[in-house]
Design a protein around this ligand. Structure first.
Ligand code: URP
Ligand code: ZN
Ligand code: ZN
Length: 473
């Protein structure tokens, strides 16, 4: 099957130019001026922009958490992703206590395989580092899982100690793998949460007051320093504030192979949102901060102090007592209402997989905060490079996978949870105006999204095996 996309403007992380592009099966076969149509289906992209499909390296689909389960599964989450211009995501496998990493990965394959409609890969989060698990680490790279994750927070649930973090960093580096951290000092958070709960400070905003910026900064510096000692690559997930990004910069300026991401919620929202009557929708960890941090993060992205924007997509229902309809079927799952009257019980997590590229384009590129090339770098190219998928993914180039988005930069839409595809009952960007939307989204050469039409199906997706010894950017 061949598709010839004619006359579009190609945007990569480094260049902007006009070219025709021939897709043959699942790859980009040819690029150039005035390519002949021959037996290809022709798509006119004159006046349109073509980017690589977005890559979201931080998602939690169907994750059991806070006594419930995140509300998107591998089908609904990937459908939502595709409508938002994201064609590949990497989800976190969570090792249960006593479980081998291979078993944990197998469990996630079972969840994903029959539902997936787009491209997906896995990181594995270690929660129980036994000697057997240490020995197992290099072998999971053979399964295409080339990144580990350690939680420095969620005491008693996922949190690991420094011994575990340091040993994992060393072992991962030896195997050419990268280590990721959720950097917050979980011991400090545990004290603050318990203190607030016991003194009756239960309002939603106390979620933020119990997760101070310095707890994030301390853990970030600790992880950066441990990575420095181990000589290991490190990627700090969901960075929210000046205090922590400064620690990452400190390490980078001294030549350490450390990198970091932020997420859209930290660019747009603040503790004021937690103070709203629907503040639970904005509860995630680390928390949304203050306006100066929003600005700081935009500048850090533009200046290259942060390397990627992912989502930490972990949606929950807002009113999980009421069912919603999704693709003609009823869906109901407990959600944010579990924390009514007690901030510490609100499921931590927000949606974003569908919104990320859309809000970054309109409110990042559209407002002059980042260039179109930076947009591509942060949402696709750097994620592909850092996590061992480049140059098959993250770039528009001959030989790359045909994961592509054709954007109509003049199309408009007002976000409402009702016109989005994430399986939940709200959207934190409700009412936001978008200018510039994906018109066609190709996943390995298949036209998955065309305007409002969805051509994907459960089981049509593809597992991405990632390489070791990926790039430091
Ligand atoms: O609140 C969040 N971020 N939920 C998902 C789990 C995590 O910490 O990434
Ligand atoms: Zn986290
Ligand atoms: Zn996360």
């Amino acid at each position: 099957m061949k598709t010839l996309i004619k006359g579009g403007t190609i945007i990569t992380a480094s260049d902007t130019y006009e070219a025709d592009l021939l897709i043959a099966d699942d790859r980009i076969a040819l690029m150039g001026a005035d390519l002949p149509a021959e037996d290809a289906k022709v798509v006119d992209a004159t006046g349109k922009m073509i980017t690589p499909g977005g890559i979201d390296v931080h998602t939690h689909l169907e994750l059991p958490f806070f006594g419930t389960v995140s509300s998107d599964d591998f089908y609904t989450g990937q459908k939502a992703a595709a409508f938002g211009g994201t064609t590949t995501h990497i989800d976190f496998v969570i090792q249960a206590k006593g479980e081998s990493l291979h078993q944990a990965i197998e469990n996630w394959h079972k969840k994903a395989g029959s539902k997936s409609a787009a491209n997906y890969g896995f990181h594995v989060a270690i929660t129980d580092l036994t000697d057997e698990v240490m020995d197992e680490i290099p072998s999971i790279a053979d399964e295409g899982v080339t990144s580990l994750k350690l939680f420095m927070a969620y005491k008693g649930v996922f949190q690991v100690d420094d011994t575990t973090l340091f040993k994992s960093l060393m072992k991962a580096a030896e195997a050419g793998m990268i280590t990721m951290v959720h950097a917050e000092n979980g011991d400090v958070l545990d004290v603050l949460i318990k203190e607030n709960v016991s003194t009756g400070n239960l309002a939603t905003a106390y979620h933020a007051y119990s997760h101070p910026a310095w707890a994030e900064a301390e853990a970030t510096m600790r992880a950066v320093a441990l990575a420095g000692i181990a000589g290991a690559p490190l990627y700090v997930v969901h960075m929210t504030c000046e205090e922590s990004v400064d620690q990452l910069r400190y390490g980078r300026e001294r030549g350490l192979p450390v990198m970091g991401e932020t997420c859209p919620q930290y660019l747009f929202f603040t503790v004021d949102n937690l103070c709203q009557s629907d503040g639970a929708k904005y509860v995630c960890s680390p928390p949304v901060r203050v306006e100066k941090d929003n600005e700081y993060l935009w500048n850090a992205l533009a200046a290259g102090h942060l390397q990627a924007v992912s989502t930490d997509h972990c949606p929950f229902m807002y009113e999980g007592t009421k069912p919603i309809e999704y693709e003609g079927e009823q869906y109901q799952m407990a959600g944010k209402e579990l924390g009514q009257g007690d901030f510490s019980k609100i499921p931590n997590g927000m949606h974003g997989i569908e919104d990320r590229m859309l809000v970054l384009w309109t409110y990042g590129v559209g407002k002059g905060r980042i260039s179109p090339n930076k947009f591509v770098e942060l949402t696709a190219t750097n994620p592909a490079k850092i996590f061992g998928m480049y140059p098959s993914k993250g770039v528009v180039a001959v030989g790359a996978d045909a994961d592509l988005v054709i954007w109509d930069t003049e199309a408009t839409k007002v976000i409402s949870w009702k016109n989005m595809h994430t399986r939940t009952d709200h959207n934190v960007y409700e009412g936001w105006e978008l200018i510039g939307l994906p018109e066609r989204v190709y996943v390995r050469g298949q036209l998955l999204v065309h305007g409002e039409t969805w051509n994907g199906e459960p089981g049509g997706g593809s597992y991405v095996r990632r390489s070791t010894h990926a790039q430091i950017v």
